[in-house]
Design a protein around this ligand. Sequence first.
Ligand code: ATP
Ligand code: MG
Length: 479
Amino acid sequence: MFSEKTRPKRRPTAIGVRLTLWGMGMTLAVCVLLCVVLYVGMYYSLLREVDAFLQDEVQELAAKVREHAGDHRAAERAIRDELGHRTREDLSFRLFDPQDNVLISSDAEDTLWTHLRGALDGARRQQGPYFETVRFPGVSSPSRTCSVPLDRPNQPPLVAQTTYSLHRMKHSLALLRKISAGGLALVAVFALAGGWILTRRSLRPIDTMTRKARRITASRLSDRLPRSGTGDELDRLAETLNDMLDRIQDHVRRIRQFTADASHEFRSPLAALRGMAEVALTKPRSADELRQVIEVSIEQYDRLQRLAEDLLLLAQADANRAGLRRELLRLDSLVRDTAEFYAPVADEAGLTFTVEAPQNIEIHGDAGRLRQMLGNLIDNAIKYSQAPATIDVTLACLDGAATITVRDTGPGIAPNDLPRVFDRFYRSDKARTSPGTGLGLAIAQWIAHAHGGTIEITGDLGKGTTAKVHLPIPPAQAS
Ligand code: ATP
Ligand code: MG
């Protein structure tokens, strides 16, 4: 979490700006491409139209030449009459002899013909209409020319040629360019504004989530991020974060409960110790009386020490620092030894105690921790059962796992207590009359899990309790 000082400067628009620019860039790129395709298409379509027109014209004018067969002056007049005011403006006609000299020209002051000679060779080579775009010096627009050879019997062909200025086409294309540029500018503005509005709108839930998440602190862990309910990515993100907050809240609740329970467990023996010491000091005491006080104190010290050790073990387990010292060990011997250790206590309580571990079973495990786990289970069985109950401890190998069972015919556990017996500090109401802190099964569960095994407690109220631990055994043995 950031303090006010270290919190990075808020940049709520960074993604918005990037998304908007990307969106605008893509839209513009597509539009530019479309404009280029349109422009090129338009250019060639206009040029084709001009070519078709030129070809029609040159055929028509060639017909006039043929009509006035041999009389070039008459043909020239007819052509000038035909073209009228268009001569010199955009359309002109020429007839060339085989030596590239002008025989007929639609324009009396034709000065451009010298630049058109190049097209004549093309027409003669092609023996058909030959098109070329030419640029005349001092004229801003290019011109298109169409040259057609006119065959004559027993003589080399003449070449008829029409030339058309492309300044109209140039204008049309310039207009198209201007319209495209204006259109692109408009598209850019709309893409920018639209993209910005859209991204702001889509990113607004993130802003809201960020504001809400900032307000969630350890003391306000029950707050949740708002959900739009649309099921989109942001809604799923909020749901995932809320689930995470649920887990964190549950974890924090358990830590707080654990701390409160632990303090409570420490307070009772400490208060008892202090009370005894105060009472002992109220008047002079004999050596026997003081001895008694010290003996009772030692019991409380033991209780405190055990509690501190259990808490330390669970804290280390939570932090993954309670390492196991694993070694190959004989589980059957371990079960027998541990059971034997508790046999006198069971005997003293008038309970029938049996142990059965016939099979030789080896596992990799921490002998000390496994003894502690089994001890906790046997301790419970002895502690909560009353004579003439029986306690059976058995070890068997089943389905590739070693199963330790501690079964007693004691009072059993109420069905609503069963799911909570592994909770730290949990003790049933009935159990509170017996000494204990409610950590025994939590520790046993951790040891079983740390060995890759499982633990379960079953039983019927009034009929007894069965604790079962399954521990994996090395494959060589299991087969
Ligand atoms: P600790 O083991 O720390 O001295 P504890 O025995 O009360 O205290 P756990 O061993 O964790 O704590 O057991 C939790 C609770 O489960 C007990 O308080 C008891 O109510 C119930 N319980 C466990 N084993 C038995 C059993 N064999 N018979 C009846 N109740 C049991
Ligand atoms: Mg116990």
